[in-house]
Design a protein around this ligand. Structure first.
Ligand code: SAH
Ligand code: SF4
Length: 385
């Protein structure tokens, strides 16, 4: 939006407010400077005040910003919106996991999941797209037809809505419940990298939501050519959904492997900026009964990753209605984990959380689409002779 657009906010036909959640702090200052004809220093000061109220204290009303004069508050209220996306459903699991169904716009819904007691305090799993184009064979999200990228404001909006719900204001306190953010919800974040990067810039700002980049993890199914840019733009932690140790099987489970096979993917991982023994890449491996859960594959997994500073995360497969796989047996998972363990990877099994409310990895799919899918299913059954 140009300065002219913003100034026209004062005229009879008001310009649309910009969602503050989609702007970095410098962009906020630029927008204020242009719209209100303030010099750089003053604009920056106003942006800092606004940001502190919005992202540190979580206020939703400009009138609560008591260190800003009344007229300036009114100007800011004309320029920016602090509106959260609407939480249309919230389910709480017996293990404390909370799954939110969030409406971004009429008919556009995503899910995000807050998991207490993981990471330093608790992790929020956010979505980066509605649905996903990639169709991994074991993933519920991939079966959802409707797909669009989320904007940065919509990604940050998930964090704000959940912070409201768990009462996490002001941000950054010693007793914080939300310390980590993982891009492991719906969608392939590297197909929406610009918005994901901007959202990370907003939520990692130390005077705002203040989630350190070391505690932000982006999980990809393997969009190898975007991995260097992810590192450059965000310096976030990298997670790779590997799930197979040979190309034939990975082609089947994670079809993007046909485009970027395992060797190319691991090369990109080796070159990920600031990869080190304290900033390891996580390799996710979903345990599918009789498909990828043999001892030989565990040994191959260790061999493949031997020259990469890595963590291995074995994910028990989370079932969903109609899924074509079963979770590997607990004995099998333990035997597999034992081999991985002996190779020096500590506690590789990820405890499933929120399974009872379909909030665990790969179970997300927005309700509206589920409803439509079940209607289609019903129609098919009724149509069968
Ligand atoms: N699209 C990204 C991020 C979202 S998926 C990606 O694929 O990495 C987050 C993680 O959940 C991925 O590792 C994914 O492979 C895994 N996952 C998907 N479906 C699952 C299921 N049914 N059970 C367990 N893990 C699953
Ligand atoms: Fe998409 Fe990730 Fe699910 Fe694959 S596992 S379909 S990339 S969300």
């Amino acid at each position: 939006m140009t300065a002219l657009d913003l100034k026209s906010a004062n005229s009879a036909a008001p310009a649309e407010k910009r969602p503050l959640f989609g702007l970095s702090r410098p962009e906020t200052a630029d927008a204020i400077g242009e719209a209100l004809s303030l010099d750089v220093r003053k604009a920056r000061m106003r942006a800092n005040q606004l940001w502190r109220w919005a992202f540190h204290y979580g206020v939703t009303d400009f009138d609560a910003m008591t260190d800003i004069g009344k007229d300036m508050r009114a100007d800011l209220a004309r320029l920016f919106s602090l509106e959260r996306p609407r939480v249309i459903d919230r389910q709480v699991s017996i293990d404390g996991t909370r799954k939110y169904l969030i409406e971004l716009a009429p008919g556009a819904e995503v899910e995000c999941v807050f998991i207490p007691d993981v990471g330093r305090a608790g992790a929020l799993c956010v979505s980066s797209q509605i649905g996903c184009t990639l169709n991994c064979a074991f993933c519920h999200t991939g079966t959802q037809k409707l797909v669009r990228n989320l904007t940065a404001a919509e990604i940050v909006g998930q964090v704000m809505a959940v912070k409201d719900d768990i009462g996490e204001w002001p941000s950054g306190g010693e007793d914080r419940k939300l310390s980590n953010v993982v891009f492991m919800g719906m969608g392939e974040p590297l197909y929406n990298l610009d918005h994901v990067a901007r959202a990370i810039e907003v939520i990692s700002d130390g005077d705002g939501v203040s989630i350190s980049r070391r505690r932000i993890t982006v999980s990809t199914s393997g969009v190898a050519p975007e991995i260097p840019r992810l590192g450059e733009l965000t310096n976030a932690m990298l997670a790779i959904s590997l799930h197979a140790t040979n190309d034939a099987l990975r082609n089947e489970l994670v079809p993007i492997n046909r485009k970027y096979p395992i060797a190319a993917l691991l090369d990109a991982c080796r070159n990920y900026p600031s990869l080190s023994n304290v900033r390891k890449t996580t390799f996710e491996y979903v345990m599918l009964k009789g498909v990828n859960d043999s001892d030989a594959e565990a040994r191959e997994l260790v061999r493949l990753l031997k020259d990469i500073p890595a963590k291995i995360n074995l994910i028990p497969f989370n079932p969903w209605p109609g899924a074509p796989y079963e979770c590997a047996s607990w004995d099998r998972i333990e035997a597999f984990a034992e081999i991985v363990n002996r190779a020096g990877y500590a506690s590789p099994i990820r405890t499933p959380r929120g399974r009872d409310i379909l909030a665990a990895c790969g179970q997300l799919k927005s309700e509206s689409v589920k409803a439509r899918a079940s209607e289609r299913h019903k129609a098919r059954i009724e149509a069968t002779p």
